[in-house]
Design a protein around this ligand. Structure first.
Ligand SMILES: Nc1ncnc2c1ncn2[C@@H]1O[C@H](COP(=O)(O)OP(=O)(O)OP(=O)(O)O)[C@@H](O)[C@H]1O
Length: 723
């Protein structure tokens, strides 16, 4: 795929511009009519010299004032008609071309939304912004002006040349003599100008990136007093862009000089020759006047060719850049991926111990069909009692009521009965992941990750910074595609689910809580389309986001761009509310409480516990307090799951985990049995004792114990829960 630094190989200008046809097609009738009107208007202008010839050779020569007046009126009428037709052309194209620009922008934007995160990782945002704004403006201008006038002026020049030749073929040939050198010159200009035009557009994109970074990062720039270095970077890029624009101007000036000079020389020669012929009596004065008037009427169409070619080149470059994004391959959908219908739970999810929440019929769950060979559904996957579950009649109190009784139905994946504990839940099987820009000789970020989060279970994911936790969580909603292995949700490979379906099943709260320029309510409800006020308030309560009620307009308050008018902790709570508002079946939280104070964190944890009791969740955790939300903990180390167990188990037997949780700066020890990739095993040397914060950790001990999973490592099946 091309990137801003590796543009697509250049096609001819005409072929590149022809790619605009699908956008122009809907307005072709108006566009062709407008072009026809402009041709008529331009040719009307060419009739004026013929009327002049008639006047000079007729009424003027005969001293007939009535004829002269008649000629004058005819000239006036012709001028009015020409002006009126050009006005009509403008009116015809203005509205449809604004529509073409809007359609192109919409298609670009929709493509940007659908392109994989890996694409956005590689493309600077300024390059995309400039493609969506200035490039498209340029294309609209091209369709409105140069495209029409290339045609109009071409036809005018041809008709004009025919008139010249028919009036006096010898003078006509003199006037046409510069055509051959001009054609060669124009083609040379095109090849040189196209390179510089592309460079200029890309530099505009780079400049936009710097402006965007400077504006978005204004706090850092000011905080570190970096405005001078930012300004320097900006000036340097501006200087380069200026240089490129000057090069463009020089090329265009060179072309224009020749385009103006050669026809002027030819016109001078024709005038001289014509005057001699008039003097010799071989040419009438009227014919010479008409000839010169026609030649002068062709001056603008000829001289404008330089500008029109330059604008066409700029537009071809903009078209190329537009299609580099629009042609970028979308992530592949597995043929037959299951449906896009909603599976939002109205009555809660797979309630732990509260009944087979996943055992719901298609009437309740949409129409997704179970692929052949899907495992049969067992009676229940719940393995601990639901804590804090409210009865179905009172679901808005921050608790999630148990699911209704199973309905007899045709099974469908992820929407009916729970899969067996061995295959149900969220499972990573031999998952390997390598970022596209990772050098081939560098190790993959994730290397053979095997992890099973049982239905209804909460698994904490811990690991040193940069160990790949965020990367692993990003694979679940398919923000990136696994390089090898697979991820299953209740036994169904996520690549067999359509993306809308997958997004319905999984909610994610990222480490960096991005908010949009919208109201608080809109930001939260983004997590579940069509969800009402009640759910919104439930989600805000879970996330302990009561602060929104103190905002000037409550949930209707606009948050600034990227939510920067809110504190980090407030943004994080809104992001958490967004994740839980749709009562997702699977929840992926990337360190969701990192920006909260201890008091708020405890409150959020308490509410979150009730949500986690009804979902299958993977929670990236850096702190023991977050780890305690989980039933079990997985330690990610050097791209592999190095150990899985309860918090207490890992504290007892895994030195690396102990070090991580205690915050000790020393490098983690590693027992041979815990080499990366080795199956989790009990520590040969039991832990020497509680880590410094273990006592604090046990103070917030949980209210539920997960049942052991025989499918998991037997060493992990024993021991109590950290909760
Ligand atoms: N978009 C990307 N392109 C290339 N490499 C990346 C990208 N994002 C992350 N990485 C690399 O992948 C590795 C894992 O990053 P990741 O963000 O998953 O770590 P993490 O465990 O979540 O770290 P932290 O605890 O600091 O959030 C790092 O070495 C990082 O440099």
């Amino acid at each position: 795929m091309p990137t801003p630094t590796t543009p697509t190989p250049r096609r001819s200008t005409a072929r590149t511009l022809l790619r605009l046809w699908p956008y122009v097609r809907p307005v072709r009738a108006r566009l062709f009519t407008a072009a026809g009107v402009a041709v008529v208007a331009s040719c009307t202008g060419l009739v004026i010299p013929l009327v002049l010839k008639w006047m000079v050779d007729g009424p003027v020569a005969a001293g007939d004032p009535g004829g002269v007046w008649l000629g004058g009126v005819m000239l006036l009428l012709l001028g009015v008609v020409e002006a009126g037709l050009f006005g009509l052309r403008r009116w015809l194209v203005a509205r449809p071309l604004a529509g073409v620009e809007a359609a192109m922008r919409a298609s670009l934007y929709s493509r940007l939304q659908r392109l994989p995160v890996a694409f956005h990782d590689r493309w600077p945002s300024g390059q995309l912004l400039s493609r969506a704004t200035t490039d498209l403006q340029l294309l609209r201008m091209f369709l409105a002006f140069p495209l029409t006038f290339l045609l109009v002026n071409g036809v005018t020049i041809l008709v004009g040349c025919a008139i010249l030749l028919s009036q006096q073929w010898m003078l006509g040939l003199v006037l046409l003599a510069p055509v051959a050198p001009l054609v060669v010159l124009c083609s040379l200009f095109e090849s040189r100008y196209s390179v510089v035009a592309r460079r200029a557009r890309d530099q505009v994109g780079d400049l936009t990136t710097v402006v965007e970074e400077g504006v978005l990062g204004i706090r850092v720039v000011k905080g570190f007093g970096r405005h001078r270095s930012q300004a320097r970077a900006f000036r340097e890029l501006s200087r380069r862009l200026r240089g490129t624009e000057l090069r463009k101007a020089r090329l265009l000036a060179g072309l224009l000089t020749v385009i103006v000079t050669l026809p002027e020389l030819a016109l001078g020669a024709a005038l001289l020759l014509g005057s001699v012929q008039v003097a010799e009596g071989t040419l009438s004065a009227g014919t010479l006047v008409a000839f010169l008037s026609t030649a002068l009427a062709l001056r603008w169409p000829v001289e404008s060719i330089g500008f029109l070619l330059a604008m066409s080149q700029d537009s071809a470059t903009a078209t190329e850049r537009h299609f580099e994004v629009v042609d970028a391959p979308l992530p592949e959908e597995t043929p037959g991926a299951t449906g896009a219908h909603g599976d939002r739970r109205e009555n809660g999810g797979p309630v732990k111990g509260g009944g087979p929440a996943e055992a719901r019929g298609p009437a309740e769950h949409g129409t997704a069909a179970r692929p052949p060979g899907s495992p049969p559904a067992p009676a229940s996957s719940a393995h601990r009692p639901a804590s804090g579950a409210a009865p179905p009649s009172a679901p808005a109190s921050g608790t999630i009521p148990p699911a209704p009784a199973p309905m007899p139905s045709t099974p469908s994946p992820l929407s009916v009965a729970p899969a067996p504990a061995t295959t149900g839940g969220l499972r990573f099987e031999g998952v390997e992941f390598r970022y596209p820009d990772t050098p081939p000789d560098a190790p993959a970020t994730l290397r053979g990750v095997d992890l099973h989060i049982r239905p209804g279970e909460t698994m904490a994911l811990v690991g040193t910074t940069g160990s790949g936790k965020t990367t692993l969580t990003a694979l679940v909603p398919r923000l990136y595609e696994v390089t090898r292995g697979r991820i299953t949700l209740d036994g169904t490979d996520i690549t067999h689910l359509s993306r809308p379906r997958l997004r319905e099943l999984i909610a994610v709260a990222f480490e960096d809580p991005t908010l949009f320029s919208a109201t608080v309510g809109e930001n939260v409800l983004m997590g579940a389309e069509g969800t009402g006020e009640r759910e919104l308030h439930r989600a805000l309560e879970i996330a302990q986001a009561g602060f929104v009620h103190e905002l000037p307009y409550g949930v209707g308050t606009q948050v600034g761009e990227q939510g920067l008018s809110l504190s980090g902790g407030q943004r994080q709570r809104l992001a958490l509310a967004r994740a839980v508002v749709g009562r997702p079946r699977f929840l992926v939280l990337d360190d969701p409480l990192s920006a909260l104070d201890v008091h708020t964190e405890a409150l959020v944890e308490r509410a979150l516990r009730r949500v986690l009791a009804t979902t299958t969740a993977l929670v990236v955790a850096h702190r023991p307090s977050t780890v305690l939300l989980a039933d079990r903990v997985a330690l990610l180390s050097e791209g592999r799951i190095a150990a899985v167990g309860t918090h207490q188990e890992l504290l007892g037997r895994n030195p690396e985990y102990r070090t991580l949780m205690s915050g000790a700066p020393s490098a983690p020890e590693r027992h041979p049995a815990q080499e990366p990739g080795a199956p989790p095993a009990p520590d040969a040397h039991p832990a020497p004792g509680p880590v410094p914060d273990a006592a604090a950790v046990s103070l917030t001990a949980p209210d539920a114990c997960p049942a052991p999973d025989p499918a998991q490592d037997s060493s992990l099946a024993e021991g109590g829960s950290a909760r």
